[in-house]
Design a protein around this ligand. Sequence first.
Ligand code: ATP
Ligand code: ZN
Length: 185
Amino acid sequence: MSRERLRLAMQKSGRLAEQSLDLLRSAGLTVNKGANELLYRIDNAPIDVLRVRDDDIPTLVADGVADLGIVGLNVLEEREANARAPREVMRLGFGRCALKLAAPEKASYAGPHALDGVRIATSYPHILARFLDARGVRAEIVHMHGAVEVAPRLGLAQVVCDLVSTGATLEANGLSAVETVMHSE
Ligand code: ATP
Ligand code: ZN
């Protein structure tokens, strides 16, 4: 497949969107927003910016619809069971966060084996399954697509595995981090 212009996929809106565009601008590229919400044109280089949901970026790159993507390591790792998963070429140093296990503040935690038989809510079931398998822990993973932090209050799970940057969301939900599953940026 050949294209005249490089296609770079990035998050349309959300935590990575503005910093991804800033990265291009700081490289001297002129981002022309134009009328097409899906595609921004770089005026001074043969590059088009595809603006999509972050979760779709690995698929777009794996399928060759985009040549490169800017996405969190967490999103990339969640896909790695797939042989066609794109590979990491460069870390960009923004969007730093960590995928952490968190439990209600009063619960005691004595290491990963305390999770045997426990229900854990997460949007990252593959990453969590690999973490638990590597430690010989058999827990029940509850896959949620968002608002994972409310799972303990709903009675859906005792523990959550969620992305954390400042910890404010955990704290606001009466949860505290007990273990780091992965670091991301
Ligand atoms: P989209 O609409 O594109 O699917 P989203 O809601 O899945 O957006 P965001 O919440 O905007 O995604 O997060 C995008 C990425 O930002 C995450 O995948 C992660 O790599 C990074 N990130 C940095 N800090 C945090 C945080 N505190 N919570 C969640 N993600 C964070
Ligand atoms: Zn997303």
